[in-house]
Write a protein that binds this ligand. Structure first.
Ligand code: ZN
Length: 145
C-alpha cells in the first residue's frame, strides 16, 4: 500500500552549487536560506571527491563509502521535508569515474563540488515530517490527512 498526499508546485529554482562546497551541506543551507520546507530536486555536475552511504537493512546502520578521486555527478535526486523542526535533505547520487564506471548510494557529507547545477521544485501542501520508524530504523514521512 502507498501513502499519497496531493502537493502543488509553488515555485521552481534553478542554480548552481559553488566550487569546493560540500554538496549535502550546501543543499541544506539553500533550503534554510530560502525557507523551503517541502520540495524535490535534481542535479548534475562533477565532484572533486565523493561520499555516499549504504544502509544495511540488517544492522540498521549506514556504511560510508568514500571515493577520493574526481567524479562526474551523473545523477543527483532528492527531497526536502521536515525533521526535528528543521528542513532535512534526503538525496541519492550516482557518480561515474574516468572509465565510466558508476557507483551510487545515499549522498553523505564529504562530497566536494567541482561544479554542480541543480533545479529545486518547492511544493505546497501538507508538511511532511520525518519520524523514527521501528521496522526500518529510518526516519520516514508521516502524512497528515
Ligand atoms: Zn537514502
Amino acid at each position: 500500500m502507498a501513502l499519497l498526499r496531493r502537493m502543488d508546485v509553488k515555485e521552481r529554482f534553478i542554480g548552481r552549487i559553488e566550487h569546493d562546497a560540500d554538496l549535502l551541506e550546501a543543499l541544506g543551507e539553500l533550503c534554510r536560506a530560502r525557507g523551503i520546507r517541502v520540495g524535490w530536486f535534481e542535479g548534475l555536475g562533477a565532484a572533486k571527491k565523493g561520499a555516499l552511504s549504504f544502509y544495511d537493512q540488517q544492522t540498521h546502520e549506514y556504511r560510508v563509502v568514500e571515493i577520493d578521486q574526481p567524479l562526474e555527478i551523473t545523477g543527483l535526486v532528492g527531497n526536502i521535508s521536515m525533521k526535528d523542526g528543521a528542513p532535512f535533505v534526503h538525496a541519492h547520487v550516482t557518480f561515474a569515474d574516468d572509465a565510466g564506471r558508476a557507483l551510487g548510494g545515499h549522498l553523505a557529507a564529504g562530497t566536494i563540488v567541482f561544479a554542480c547545477e541543480v533545479t529545486i521544485e518547492v511544493l505546497e501542501g501538507p508538511i511532511l515530517e520525518r519520524v523514527f520508524d521501528e521496522t526500518t530504523g529510518l526516519s520516514l514521512w508521516t502524512m497528515p490527512e
